[in-house]
Design a binder for this molecule. Structure first.
Ligand SMILES: NC(=O)c1ccc[n+]([C@@H]2O[C@H](COP(=O)([O-])OP(=O)(O)OC[C@H]3O[C@@H](n4cnc5c(N)ncnc54)[C@H](O)[C@@H]3O)[C@@H](O)[C@H]2O)c1
Ligand SMILES: [Zn+2]
Length: 405
């Protein structure tokens, strides 16, 4: 029988399909896949203090409730730097990286929707949030402050047979059985997706601040500390319609960036001696008024002690700077708290709901022209992960990210 042109076309198509997805040739039903999945994955494994090795592992099976993600990028967090330097959680060997994002390349048949109920398919871009195996009470719409402080997270899991447990890798396996949460963020660009996790910290802090009833439309607000956390705080406040913001830091470059992200004015604390003088400088910067509300974002006990002098009687503050123990702060409870009737709240990580608010915040920030992406000052390929962590430890730049080729 002669083979006509149409047959040849069909044969070529089926071979090409087979090359893209070998299961198409074998005629078996495999999990949905975008094809071209290599046989091995690479993971930056922290095998010793200050020492990552790029390890190669067989690509794991994708179970019915699992998602295989091709990693595009992942921010370096202060917690990663802490692990790299001293391994406080005793996790070594560990696959780090929890501020990651990437593209779904394969998923099990039971995976249909993300943790917010949005459809997902192969090719979508996702981020992970916390792992809630032991606490099913924490749900998306639990607004009654269940933050995720005690939960696990990809990027800080103990190593296991899968090994693909952190975002500093070229592939990661999100497992349904672990109680993973994840979100479809295909409508955000890569830089925005890398910034989601730290931004969620500030969405939560602002939600905590709002519980005091003191933070209102265009309140006078002091943001103390202009590292990534303080800078994002300013951007979040700005997208909420608060423009009366004074940024405080000792670094002029950071103060300049704070203004581009939405602070109206700035105060360099290095120019003032003592808390009283600094408080007076902040008051003068607000045209003779103390702040209604303050966000201390430094992790420095001396800064916490100083902040009360910048706040008016009846004002409030949200302390969020002490993710790690930076030591005790000395305040005068009579002058600083009682006599001024200060309302104080603390803020710790975020809730699932804050994650979804964060996606909207990032779009709004972009829409009003805030240069959020400039927060990412350094990008390193996976092979240069040791340099990336050293850059973070040397306190160069703002946000350091691993971006895969
Ligand atoms: N609450 C949470 O869930 C949470 C999450 C992540 C990070 N954090 C904390 O947020 C803090 C800030 O994080 P970051 O990444 O921006 O850190 P960073 O070190 O980059 O920035 C801190 C900034 O504070 C400034 N600073 C220091 N002392 C000051 C003072 N006396 N007055 C004014 N400014 C001062 C520094 O110059 C620096 O710019 C960290 O301590 C971290 O532990 C908290
Ligand atoms: Zn982090």
């Amino acid at each position: 029988m002669a083979v006509n042109e149409r047959d040849i076309e069909a044969i070529v198509k089926s071979i090409l399909d087979g090359m893209r997805d070998p299961s198409a040739l074998a005629g078996i039903t495999a999990p949905a896949s975008s094809g071209d999945i290599p046989k091995t994955a690479h993971v930056a494994m922290l095998t010793d203090l200050k020492h990552f090795e790029i390890k190669e592992y067989p690509m794991p099976e994708v179970g019915d409730d699992d998602i295989l993600v091709k990693v595009e990028g992942c921010g370096v967090c202060g917690t990663d730097a802490h692990e790299y330097k001293v391994d406080p959680f005793g996790l070594i060997p560990v696959a780090l990286g929890h501020e990651g994002t990437g593209e779904i390349v394969k998923m099990g048949k039971n995976v249909k929707k993300d943790s917010a109920g949005k459809d997902v398919k192969v090719g979508d871009k996702i981020v992970t949030c916390m792992i809630f195996k032991d606490n099913p009470d924490i749900t998306m719409y639990d607004l009654n402050k269940q933050n995720v402080g005690g939960a696990d997270v990809y990027g800080l899991l103990p190593d296991d047979d899968c090994h693909l447990n952190g975002w500093f890798a070229d592939y990661i396996l999100i497992r349904g059985a672990l109680g993973s949460t994840f979100f479809n963020v295909s409508d955000l660009d890569l830089d925005s997706r890398i910034l989601i996790e730290p931004c969620a910290v500030l969405i939560h802090a602002v939600e905590r601040a709002k519980t005091t009833g003191i933070l209102r439309f265009n309140s006078r607000v002091v943001v103390q500390g202009c590292g990534p956390i303080g800078l994002i705080c300013i951007a979040v406040l700005r997208t909420m319609g608060i423009e009366n913001i004074v940024a405080v830091d000792g670094n002029e470059q950071r103060l300049e960036f704070a203004k581009r992200l939405g602070a109206e004015k700035s105060v360099n604390f290095m120019n003032y001696k003592g808390a009283e003088e600094l408080g007076a400088a902040v008051e003068a910067t607000f045209d003779g008024h103390l702040a209604d509300f303050a966000f201390p974002c430094t992790g420095n006990p001396k800064a916490h002690a100083n902040i009360y002098k910048m706040i008016r009687n009846g004002g409030g503050l949200c302390e969020l700077g002490f993710f790690i123990n930076g030591g005790d702060a000395t305040i005068n409870p009579h002058f600083d708290l009682c006599a001024k009737e200060i309302t104080l709240v603390g803020s710790w990580v975020y809730t699932l709901r804050d994650y979804v608010t964060t996606f909207d915040f990032l779009k709004r920030a972009q829409a009003i022209g805030l240069p959020m992406k400039e927060l990412i000052t350094h990008k390193f390929p996976l092979e240069e992960i040791n340099e990336a962590l050293e850059t973070n430890l040397a306190m160069k730049g703002l946000k350091i990210a691993i971006v895969n080729k």
